[in-house]
Design a binder for this molecule. Structure first.
Ligand code: NAP
Length: 249
């Protein structure tokens, strides 16, 4: 039987890399996208390859619609099928109160986290939908606990983009369920990746640990386990779910 093909956006580091490596171990072939960190995407690809996966990588800024279309063209050309999408690429921009946030930064975060994710989901559905000749599939959107908590004082603009991801998940799950496509989301809490330092708060995971019922930040590998479960047949009746993974926070 042909191996299933998964597309992981932002698969070169952080949560995306953990998802990519676990997917390889679970028998998927991989299409990985990155924005700037080619060397890191290559390192993930090499490790996934060692698990027996065929892996292709491509540069694509999901905040640019032309890049999204090119990414899917590469996928079509190299694999000719798509079984799963993990809409993971994302950014928080710069941390701080909304009153101090720069317009260009807000626009970037919305373009990457919302428009990019919607376009990637649209292209996936176009390929997976049974009425369009597809064989069905599964999508997992990477939301955030911020959608519910609100990101006050840190990143209200970012929280709002993840609220949009939750709506995308609910609506598309209902629209595409009859097409053989399940759509779910994971909503991570504080996970140890570089995203906090990139926003100017490298100590954030340590600082917030005391307020997390499990007493520590999560690991990208723990999020990956949930993502792969949602994609799997074990979750065959799970559709439109937004599953928190925040240690109780
Ligand atoms: P990360 O370590 O900073 O990695 C971000 C990833 O997204 C990288 O692979 C990066 O690619 C990619 N990316 C960023 N902007 C992109 C763009 N414009 N186009 C394409 N790719 C882009 O962050 P992470 O923590 O793994 O975050 C992954 C997802 O989890 C995001 O959607 C984030 O909002 C969500 N999340 C994270 C946490 C957390 O605490 N870590 C909590 C809740 C939700 P390059 O490597 O090429 O730059």
């Amino acid at each position: 039987m042909a191996r299933k093909v998964i597309l992981v956006t932002g698969g070169g580091r952080g949560i995306g890399a953990a998802v990519a490596l676990l997917a390889a171990r679970r028998g998927y072939d991989l299409m990985l996208s990155y924005r700037t960190e080619r060397t890191r995407a290559e390192a993930v690809a090499a490790e996934a390859h060692a698990h027996g996966a065929r892996v292709e990588i491509a540069a694509a800024d999901v905040g640019r619609d032309g890049d999204v279309m090119r990414l899917y063209a590469v996928l079509d050309e190299r694999f000719g099928r798509l079984d799963a999408l993990v809409n993971n690429a994302g950014t928080v921009g710069r941390a701080g109160p909304l009153a101090d946030a720069a317009t260009d930064m807000i626009k970037d975060v919305v373009a990457i986290n919302v428009t990019g994710a919607i376009l990637c989901a649209r292209e996936a559905v176009r390929r997976m939908a049974s009425s369009r000749g597809g064989r069905g599939g599964a999508i997992v959107n990477v939301s955030s606990r911020a959608a519910e908590i609100g990101g006050a004082g840190e990143w209200v603009h970012y929280a709002a983009t993840k609220g949009a991801i939750d709506s995308l998940t609910i609506g598309l799950a209902r629209e595409a369920g009859g097409e053989g496509i399940r759509v779910n989301a994971v909503a991570p809490g504080v996970i140890e990746t570089e995203i906090h330092a990139a926003a100017g708060m490298p100590d954030r995971p340590a600082r917030l640990s005391a307020g997390i019922p499990l007493g520590r930040p999560g690991r990208a590998e723990e999020v990956a386990e949930l993502v792969l479960w949602l994609l799997s047949d074990a979750a065959s009746y799970v559709n439109g779910a937004i599953v928190p993974i925040g240690g109780g926070r």
